[in-house]
Design a protein around this ligand. Structure first.
Ligand code: PCD
Length: 795
């Protein structure tokens, strides 16, 4: 009867449905200081936990003396690996089924690894106590570089794994090696470039934290924690601690940004929970900024070689890539189980390329574990960087315009659904349309002229224009291919319409600032003809919400958003029966009108009834033979992922004297299918572009040869501020997803995925006429100046 909202007409029923710029419901509490974050939680008798961390990157622990710490007034307990061992909690599984020490048992493997936990009556006392724990270390040689870690004489990091004799972690490959080699052998033109996607760290405003709260009366463990995925965290907690799931409750309250950092389980969470069980008191742990950067999940750290084979006129025939991945001390990458390199194998990008091959080697190093999907659907950011950089390298080699070469190679709209050579099924796309709009918005031709003028006039500031026409892949499942620790990646929504016609919607995903309390209400408002104000969205509590896999990889809209629409349609189905009953008509004579949001008699639109009136009927006058009440739940296993895309154009000015880069223009055209809330999307794009600028220009977690983190705090790990962020000009096209119930795709990650190559391409472009082919991120002024110097452009 109803195929979902039509993008031509769905905007503006005026009830806050799809396409309306509804103000964010959650902002009332956020901007009036009434948010409730983990650190706001206060419980009677609550204790505080401080974690003592290793100053060494690689060291054997010979002895830990707790006695002086226990003497500190207010210190209640000092926990080490031995204490946890008694409770079976000494180790925890990583998301990749490796085993990580909760508190170091035997050997430290990275600087700032968790060694002991001090529990005290307040945070300051806990910190004082931690300083009095005496640890006797036998310091070992560390290795922090992935290349060096694989050398023969490198110190062995994982002597805890049986049979492990070197620092090799895993190998992975995709595509057809032989066929690809053949195309490369026979090609007119080949290009090759090596590029490091440096180690980054998602830096949410709120660091990680937890309050473990064991109730001995109910024998129930509640853990309030900064979690992007409360349900799977409950399952893992339950598995590790051996407590059945109904005796564990995870509550993820307001979360101050996630960005993939809050997907893994960290030792601090486990310690707070374990200490609460042992001491029978609530225990709070909240990490500091430097602890967050130095020990929780990092992102990227892929050293990539990219190669393209092409014809003389710029038709790309094959891609080949090899990656050396630094996985840190444990294999703790946050990917769906069957994807050790995440979704990196989508590296053919937006281009119709038949032949591809990729391989990857991962190494253990004495650095913090990670490989989280920082605003990235599982390594697609690295893949997009690789292909979008390589297309620019090829364009320069051939002397072609980078817009033209893209146009020549795009997957054409009529080829969708499109199957990529590495097995991806793209749902829909119109890449040229997005690029054309971006070119027009950016005044591309005029800037090209200006660029040439500056070269001709030997100007002090060069102009560079960078393009990125990326394709994202978001919305993991389907469950048959994507799982976490065996749990299939579906998601869920549960809708209850109350007697007065208002509704509560509960979802299996958890917002960290994206605005789900607004957008999920909009989906339901659209599908039920309700007013968005009458709908409350709840999430983040495993005791009340339906099971879901959480928010990351821009999966909430593609998966839980679909579940919300389907659950709403189930409610609508039942409502129709009640409508017929109330209108004293046969169900066949009743129809639903999306425009008015009402049921009415076919041919008699004035005999109509709203969902509010129907709700009363469901409780007060329910049809004979029907269950009373009006609710539905849906667990949605997506048939495919969704493939948002976009074209970004960046114009930079490069100062030949100082190497400084200034943004002259920044255009972002995104296509995320049908749009739920354009204002929220705009905010998502702005935030993500800022993070893309941080990536390209500033951010890098660095280490010295002794394994010390030299980029582990905000003095050294530089985030962009408003001073570094230019005005963004955003535009959009709409290519609905054909398989999503409301035609929507995800969007939150796109700007961070798509923008770094556009920015690097722009800076390279400013120097390309003098032979510069590549520059590594972050493009700090000294790095840019070196390149200028190398090209004879520095003044
Ligand atoms: N949307 C609309 N429409 C469409 C799509 C979408 O409206 N079509 C919207 C929604 O609803 C939401 C947003 O937008 O609200 C987003 O979405 P998505 O894309 O679906 O996504 P999600 O899932 O929700 O989320 C996630 C993302 C990510 S992934 C990240 S990083 C980031 C982003 O999100 N994070 C964050 N964004 C943000 N924001 C904020 N504020 N905060 C945060 O934290 Mo990862 O993987 O985790 O790394």
């Amino acid at each position: 009867e109803d195929g979902g909202p039509d993008p031509e007409t769905f905007c503006g029923h005026g009830r806050g449905g799809m396409g309306e710029e509804v103000k964010r419901k959650e902002d009332q509490r956020f901007i009036t200081g009434r948010g409730n974050y983990v650190d706001d939680i206060k419980k009677p008798g609550m204790l505080h936990c401080e974690i003592l961390r290793s100053p060494h990157a690689h060291a054997r622990i010979k002895n830990i003396d707790k006695s002086r710490a226990l003497d500190v007034d207010g210190v209640v307990a000092v926990l080490t690996a031995d204490d946890l061992l008694e409770h079976g909690l000494a180790t925890m599984p990583t998301l990749m089924a490796d085993t990580q020490d909760v508190l170091v048992n035997d050997k430290v493997k990275f600087q700032s690894q968790e060694v002991a936990a001090v529990i005290a009556t307040d945070r300051y006392t806990a910190k004082d106590g931690a300083q009095k724990v005496v640890v006797d270390y036998e310091v070992l040689d560390p290795v922090v570089d992935a290349h060096k870690a694989l050398e023969e004489d490198a110190p062995l990091i994982r002597d805890d794994i049986e049979g492990q004799t070197d620092n090799h972690c895993l190998d992975w490959e995709t595509g057809d090696e032989e066929a690809t080699a053949k195309v490369f052998d026979e090609a007119d033109v080949t290009v090759k470039e090596q590029m490091l996607y440096q180690r980054l760290h998602p830096a949410p405003i709120e660091t990680c934290g937890a309050v473990g709260d064991y109730d001995p009366g109910k024998d129930k463990l509640t853990v309030h924690m900064t979690s992007q995925a409360p349900h799977i965290h409950r399952t893992l907690f339950s598995q590790v601690a051996g407590i059945p799931e109904h005796k564990v409750r995870i509550v993820s309250p307001d979360v101050g940004g996630g960005f993939g950092n809050k997907v893994p389980i960290y030792p601090g969470y486990v310690v707070a929970a374990a200490a609460s069980v042992v001491l029978e008191k609530p225990v709070k742990w909240v990490e500091e900024r430097s602890e967050n950067i130095q020990s929780t999940g990092f992102a990227r750290d892929y050293d990539m070689t990219g190669e393209l084979a092409a014809t003389k006129d710029g038709k790309i025939q094959a891609v080949r890539t090899h990656v050396l991945a630094n996985h840190g001390a444990y294999n703790a990458v946050a990917q769906p189980s069957k994807f050790p390199a995440g979704f990196f194998n989508i590296f053919t990008g937006s281009y119709d390329i038949d032949t591809a091959y990729g391989s990857l080697t991962a190494a253990y190093t004495n650095t913090a574990p990670g490989g989280v999907a920082y605003r990235c659907s599982f390594r697609v950011t690295e893949a997009v960087y690789l292909i979008e950089r390589m297309v620019k390298v090829l364009a320069d080699e051939l002397g072609m315009d980078p817009a033209e070469i893209r146009r020549k190679n795009f997957i054409p709209p009529e080829k969708f659904p499109y199957k990529s050579p590495t097995g991806w099924n793209y749902d829909s796309g119109d890449y040229e349309k997005a690029l054309d709009l971006a070119l027009e918005m950016a005044d591309y031709d005029a800037y090209r002229e200006e660029q040439q003028r500056r070269i001709d006039e030997d100007a002090d500031k060069l102009l560079g224009i960078g393009i990125s026409s990326f394709t994202e892949v978001v919305g993991a499942g389907p469950g048959k291919t994507c799982d976490i620790a065996g749990v299939e990646m579906f998601d869920s929504a549960d809708i209850r319409v109350h007697p007065n016609g208002s509704a509560t919607v509960r979802v299996g995903v958890q917002t960290q600032g994206q605005g789900h309390e607004t957008t999920f209400a909009q989906i339901v408002a659209e599908e039920l003809g309700m007013d968005v104000e009458d709908i409350t969205v709840e999430h983040g509590d495993t005791d009340t919400d339906p099971y879901g896999l959480g928010t990351y990889g821009s999966r909430s809209t593609p998966v839980a958003g679909a579940a919300a629409a389907v659950a709403a349609r189930k409610v609508r189905e039942k409502a129709k029966t009640i409508a017929a009953n109330e209108l004293e008509a046969s169900e066949d004579d009743v129809t639903w009108d999306r425009e008015t949001g009402e049921f009415h008699l076919i041919g008699a639109p004035d005999r109509s009834i709203t969902i509010t009136e129907i709700a009363a009927g469901a409780y007060m006058n329910h049809p004979a033979g029907e269950e009373p009440g009006l609710e539905a739940v849906d667990y949605y296993d997506p048939p495919e992922m969704t493939y948002p895309f976009g074209s970004y154009i960046v114009v930079v000015e490069v100062d030949r004297e100082t190497g400084e880069v200034e943004f002259e223009k920044f255009v972002a055209v995104d296509d995320c299918g049908n749009r739920i809330n354009p204002m929220i999307i705009e905010g998502q794009i702005h935030g993500g572009l800022a993070q893309g600028i941080g990536t390209a220009m500033l951010e890098h977690v660095t280490y010295d040869d002794n394994g010390n983190v030299t980029g582990g705090d905000f003095m050294n790990y530089l985030l962009p501020t408003s001073m570094e962020i230019p005005e963004f000009e955003t535009g959009y096209t709409v290519t609905p997803s054909p398989h999503h119930p409301i035609g929507a795709k995800g969007v939150g990650e796109s700007p961070t995925v798509g923008s770094p190559p556009a920015i690097v391409n722009a800076v390279v472009d400013a120097m390309a006429h003098a032979g510069i082919k590549h520059i590594e991120m972050p493009m700090t002024p000294d790095r840019v100046w070196e390149k200028l110097d190398e090209a004879g452009l520095a003044i």
